[in-house]
Write a protein that binds this ligand. Structure first.
Ligand code: SAM
Length: 243
């Protein structure tokens, strides 16, 4: 069927490319992607050879209109470098305009780093807010964090290794020392998920780690899981008896 197919690709483990994703990619008249080298490599490793076209949200209106025209008679697939397109990745304008033009639009689900991290962090998942990347500049970053501080939901951020230490310190400062998880290199050989308070994570990652990262943070007011030491129990008892 002609139209626009949003296809999720792996976030590190090639085994996560679904059978449906493979089938749609193999049937594509054109695969619109962020970087033809990255997607070319994925298709090559999967034994698929289809025409690639670079496309992102900065593409001019004419390039987008041409792609939408093709969707009338052809199978147009949109992928990003990794994971689910549109999630901190290009595609929103293409989907918006394809819908406005009455094209068939569908999505083939698969890997997404945010959801993968949420499922392994051990923090509440009943309500979460995906906040994407924090701004690089300190002032703008503090502003965004302040906006999110009162949101009664688990917060999910994307981050890069080099920026992790600064981000964790800024988050501890702006949100308070909440429980959190740093999920790194998901689905890859060196996958890790380190949990603790934001300040303990900032100490743990004082040296910037390598790789791709998702930060998951508990909602405000969620109890901080702390091992009660004998001294702290004694101190609490003394304080209670003194009252
Ligand atoms: N669309 C992608 C998705 O569905 O997850 C996200 C694209 S965004 C440009 C890239 C960011 O996603 C990385 O900087 C990192 O924060 C996160 N990410 C992607 N792959 C990851 C992985 N394997 N482990 C941890 N984080 C990952």
């Amino acid at each position: 069927l002609p139209g626009l197919y949003i296809v999720a690709t792996p976030i590190g483990n090639l085994g996560d490319l679904s059978d449906r994703a493979r089938a749609i990619l193999s049937a594509a008249d054109v695969v619109a992607c962020e970087d033809t080298r990255v997607t070319g490599k994925l298709l090559h490793l999967s034994g698929i050879k289809r025409p690639l076209l670079r496309h992102d949200d900065h593409a001019d209106d004419r390039a987008r209109a041409a792609l939408i025209e093709r969707m009338g008679s052809q199978v147009v697939v949109l992928v990003s470098d990794a994971g689910t397109p549109l999630i901190s990745d290009p595609g929103y304008r293409l989907v918006r305009d394809a819908r406005a033009a009455g094209r068939m639009v569908t999505s083939i689900p698969g890997a997404c780093a945010a959801v993968t991290a949420l499922t392994m962090a051990g923090l509440p998942t009943d309500r979460f807010l995906f906040a994407g990347f924090l701004p690089a500049k300190a002032g703008a970053r503090a502003g965004v964090i302040a906006e999110l501080a009162a949101v009664p939901a688990t917060l999910v951020f994307y981050e890069s290794g080099p920026r992790l230490p600064t981000a964790l310190l800024a988050l501890a400062e702006g949100l308070g020392d909440r429980e959190a998880a740093v999920c790194r290199e998901l689905t890859k050989l060196h996958e890790e998920c380190v949990t603790g308070t934001l300040s303990s994570l900032a100490s743990h990652y004082a040296t910037p780690p390598k790789g791709e990262i998702v930060i998951v943070i508990a909602p405000p007011g969620a109890p901080v899981i702390e091992e009660a030491s004998e001294e702290s129990i004694d101190a609490a008892l003394i304080a209670a008896l003194a009252d």
